[in-house]
Design a protein around this ligand. Structure first.
Ligand code: LER
Ligand code: MN
Length: 271
């Protein structure tokens, strides 16, 4: 059964970003549970910045699952990426992502590689950037495997990366890697920009999708834009997807309204 989740961002440097709840982990978990979400996706400043015992207590107290953990603070706070031309920075990027995997893995949650994929240009060819990316993903996919969790790779729209923008290109690329432990994070916002047809792209993806960022056309919460979520939910069911659709959306008009609209849309299309 497909599960619902909502994002909680704990990164002051990411303020203004598309995350539903902000800053306060205990209160955000309480609200997510109250609204009936199955899980929470956490975007931390670093693995060390989250009190693991407190977080585990919150999850069990509220009967919530840990849906996924983002690594984007490596880029936003420290300027790291897996395709940086400097080998030391690529190493730091890999170590940062490993620390997130070490936090999330034992709690059965996958880590997400979004902005940490970086881009080519500024003297780096696309081929070279993809070589570095492949080395990083193979190492990290194998690393995540020790916890029996996949690594999630998120294709982003053209304004955020020039590596892979569509689900199909990403699936073809991932099939060239040694690690078979990397799944695609399908973010409906990026897909709305890049795909010819969102539900068709999902249907064509086979069993490669491991997580969904659930959002509307304007990156507000599902229900506040003009995206047609019905064929999308059908396509996800058709491919046998049974993981999280997680609200990564702007907190507009506020976090609570965004969360409510998301769970109402989730119940309408996925229950
Ligand atoms: C960024 O646009 C995004 O969608 C995030 O999930 C990736 O860090
Ligand atoms: Mn996303």
């Amino acid at each position: 059964m497909i599960k619902s989740s909502v994002t909680i961002a704990l990164v002051p440097e990411a303020k203004g970003g598309p995350f539903v709840y902000w800053d306060d982990l205990p209160n955000s978990c309480a609200k997510a549970a109250e609204l009936g979400f199955d899980g929470v996706e956490v975007f931390p400043r670093s693995a060390e910045s989250v009190d693991k015992n407190q977080f585990q207590d919150l999850l069990s107290q509220h009967n919530l699952q840990f849906a996924a953990m983002g690594t984007g603070a490596g880029m936003v706070v420290h300027g790291l990426s897996l395709t940086n031309p400097d080998i030391n920075i690529r190493k730091k990027a890999t170590d940062f992502i490993k620390s997130i995997i070490d936090f999330a893995g034992p709690l059965e949650a996958p880590a997400i590689i979004g902005s940490m994929q970086g881009r080519h240009g500024d003297g780096t060819s696309k081929e070279k950037a993809i070589d570095w990316l492949s080395a990083g993903l193979n190492e990290l996919g194998a690393y995540a495997n020790q916890y029996k969790t996949p690594l999630l790779y998120e294709p982003l729209n053209r304004y955020e990366t020039n590596l892979f923008n569509t689900i199909d290109d990403t699936a073809k690329y991932l099939s060239t890697l040694e690690s078979e432990n990397i799944k695609i994070l399908a973010d409906l916002f990026h897909m709305n920009i890049e795909e010819q047809c969102i539900h068709q792209a999902i249907q064509n993806s086979g069993n490669k999708i491991g997580h969904v960022h659930f959002v509307d056309s304007n990156r507000r919460a599902a229900g506040f834009g003009h995206m047609n979520h019905e064929p999308i939910s059908h396509a996800l069911n058709e491919i046998g997807f049974d993981q999280f659709v997680s609200a990564e959306a702007f907190p507009i008009p506020n976090s609570d309204e965004a969360a409510k609209s998301t769970i109402n849309s989730f119940n309408k299309y996925f229950r």
